[in-house]
Design a protein around this ligand. Structure first.
Ligand code: NAD
Length: 259
């Protein structure tokens, strides 16, 4: 018996075979979970997401086009999910976006209003919008996780407006945890160390971050994406039944080091 046998839910954020969401989905499926995959609409993206999921072992993945900035898309996604699954047990938020022109060391002060608002909307508000709809499909409780990064807590050169967005995401998760606890729904964030994905490649100076983490973290290495997948299994299963509102670092211990 897998830890997530008979559990169903949505995994937002697969873009390609490197996406954290892809590894998370693989780990969840290995424990018996059934997943639906909302993805950013677009023909090219659809093909890429399908290929990544096929390669990850999902022969015929259930995919739903959903731009997280659009309430209508989110409504349609959760309506289709209700129709297919009736109720769900988990939701994974693994989406973020900021204009890469402002993800460079020295560029934060120049962040325009629309770039700031868009980053916050896609990367943080979307969790609130998602949780509000997910709770209707979780009558017996559930577990929601969102992916974050240490740049929420410390100023990391180049992470800029994404760091501000991650701070909002983590605070949103705490407020959601407080309110949704009444419904038996847990909400946690996973703070992953740097990984080579489409999104992280947009951050200026990322190679230096990889080197620094490998040199200074207690485990003397960067993490593997599978390690985020394993943590997702913990947070979405009964193993973590007493845990909510937490921010769990999967970063080879880097965050505890002060030099
Ligand atoms: P990724 O590029 O594979 O995933 C980002 C996803 O966000 C993509 O699937 C993209 O389609 C989706 N997205 C962007 N705008 C969207 C919108 N409007 N509507 C719906 N989806 C949208 O990169 P990733 O590294 O797997 O990122 C996943 C999450 O993990 C992000 O929240 C990211 O900030 C976080 N994270 C990444 C790292 C890292 O080093 N890669 C570290 C810590 C946290």
């Amino acid at each position: 018996m897998g830890l997530l046998e008979h559990r169903r839910g949505l995994v937002f954020g697969v873009a390609n075979d490197r996406s954290i969401a892809c590894y998370v989905a693989k780990s969840l499926a290995a424990e018996g979970a059934t997943c639906g995959f909302p993805y950013l609409p677009g023909e090219k993206n659809e093909r890429r997401v399908r290929r990544a999921l096929n390669d990850a072992g999902f022969a015929d993945p259930w995919m739903l086009p959903c731009d997280a900035t659009k309430d209508d898309d989110l409504d349609a996604t959760f309506a289709a999910t209700k129709e297919r699954f009736d109720t769900i047990d988990f939701a994974v938020h693994s989406i973020a976006y900021a204009d890469r022109a402002y993800l460079k060391p020295g560029k934060f002060t120049e962040t325009p209003r629309d770039v700031f608002a868009q980053a916050l909307d896609i990367s943080a508000y979307s969790l609130v919008a998602m949780a509000n709809r997910a709770k209707e499909l979780m009558p017996k409780g559930g577990s929601i996780i969102a992916m974050t990064y240490f740049g929420s807590q410390k100023a990391i050169p180049g992470y800029n407006v994404m760091g501000v967005s991650k701070a909002a995401l983590e605070a949103s998760a705490r407020y959601l945890a407080l309110e949704l606890g009444d419904h038996g729904i847990r909400v946690n964030t996973v703070s992953a160390g740097p990984l080579r994905t489409l999104s992280s490649m947009a951050v200026g100076g990322i190679d230096e971050i990889f080197e620094w983490v490998a040199g200074k973290s207690p485990l003397h290495r960067n993490i593997e994406t599978e390690e985020v997948g394993k943590t997702a299994v913990y947070l979405l299963s009964d193993l973590s039944s007493g845990v909510t509102g937490e921010n769990l670092f999967v970063d080879a211990g880097y965050n505890i080091v002060g030099l």
